[in-house]
Write a protein that binds this ligand. Structure first.
Ligand code: CA
Length: 385
């Protein structure tokens, strides 16, 4: 028999679906209303009353991801929750035409994070153990501070001072400009970068996030200033979809160029690496959860590129990211932390806050989050109510 025919005659083993010892019985798909703002969460139940919880990227309240999660339910119910990679590939390929990026990848991420949480509870292990073990369980973080474009130099210095009180290992200033404009205030941006350097002293680690606000020439001008100021990385200097522009900027500058929070697929991350980006930053609530990030981290490792996941969601996303980065080889950058208000911790029995500049991972199973069901119930809006 020719080799091609032999391959075609190798069928999927659907019996595994029928004979699973543990089965998924239902999905709870819901918003958590923070008023203002909403998160898009899913809780996946098994036939023994256990559940895992996951989160999708919250863009536009996560509405589109919730809609897609509703569609996923019919594929997931009856399946073995431990078949995580098979389920992700099945969902990815079956529903590909409503993706493969954006809200679709966010829905895949929510399912994946929930299934890893459930797997941890089934096996009685924290996720970092299931990922192969933790290099560290005391996790330093970096302060990710936004809206710098609209603040004055004095306001920039003041907000960084507030964050320094909780002892971040690094500070990143994010400019969050109007992405339809470019190079709006390059001298002003550089002045703010200089003021922050002056505030923290010459050895403190700093990063600068252009949030896609520059032309190639503008980015090179800003990047040269950042090199002089000793910044560690220059994030998203140009539009995220212009990989050729990333190539030009990365070629012209010595400072590490970072990007990837707006990539959703393995192939998208590879394109950035091929363009010469030095640090890739996919996000666990956007890119297929743990399963997606594991593939991407392997591609980055093979290319000798640093892997520093993006993450700004303060409960499930943050905890999932901590488990992942704890298990990441050469994960010598701190984990992103963007919301020190603690507002969303109200739905947790133990608030997620850093202590002496670190987050501590416990050995509780799964994500290790203890949900305050009463508080969550007050904020929960079922998607198909
Ligand atoms: Ca960013």
């Amino acid at each position: 028999m020719p080799a091609a025919a032999a391959l075609l005659s190798f069928p999927m083993d659907w019996r595994q679906y029928q004979e699973a010892e543990v089965k998924i019985t239902k999905l709870d798909v819901f918003h958590v209303n923070w008023n203002p703002g909403r998160s898009a969460w899913v809780r996946i139940w098994d036939d023994q009353g256990r559940w895992g919880i996951g989160e999708a990227s919250p863009m536009n309240g996560g509405n589109a991801s919730l809609e897609i999660l509703g569609a996923f339910e019919r594929t997931l119910v009856g399946a073995d929750p431990l078949d995580i990679s098979v389920l992700q590939s099945r969902l990815f390929h079956h529903y590909i035409k409503i993706g493969p990026e954006g809200a679709f990848a966010g829905a895949l991420a929510a399912v994946d994070i929930a299934l890893w949480d459930l797997k941890g509870k089934i096996l009685g292990q924290p996720i970092y153990k299931l990922l192969g073990g933790a290099w560290r369980t005391q996790m330093p973080f970096y302060a990710s501070i936004g809206d710098m474009r609209e603040r004055s130099v004095e306001q920039v210095v003041s907000v960084v001072e507030q964050w320094l009180k909780i002892e971040p290992a690094l500070v990143k200033i994010r400019f969050d400009p109007d992405k339809t404009c470019r190079d709006e205030d390059i001298p002003g941006d550089i002045a703010k970068a200089r003021a922050v350097r002056k505030l923290v002293g010459e050895d403190f680690p700093l990063a600068f996030d252009g949030n896609n606000g520059y032309s190639v020439q503008g980015a090179i001008r800003v990047g040269r200033a950042l090199e002089e100021l000793g910044y560690l990385w220059f994030e998203e200097p140009v539009q995220h979809y212009h990989t050729e522009s990333f190539h030009k900027v990365a070629t012209a500058l010595d400072i590490a160029i970072a990007a990837g929070e707006q990539e959703y697929t393995l192939q998208g991350v590879k394109r950035l690496i091929d363009a010469g980006v030095d640090i890739v930053q996919p996000d666990i609530v956007k890119t297929g959860g743990f399963t997606g990030l594991l593939d991407m981290a392997a591609v980055a490792r093979a290319a000798g590129v640093d892997f520093v996941p993006h993450q700004t969601q303060p409960t499930i996303g943050h905890m999932a990211n901590l488990h992942f980065t704890a298990s990441l080889l050469h994960g010598h950058y701190p984990a992103e932390y963007a919301d020190m208000s603690g507002q969303q911790s109200v739905v947790l029995k133990t608030p997620l806050r850093p202590n002496n500049g670190k987050f501590f991972l416990s050995d509780r199973p799964g994500l290790g989050l203890e949900i305050d069901e009463e508080q969550l119930g007050k904020r929960m809006i079922p998607w198909r109510a």
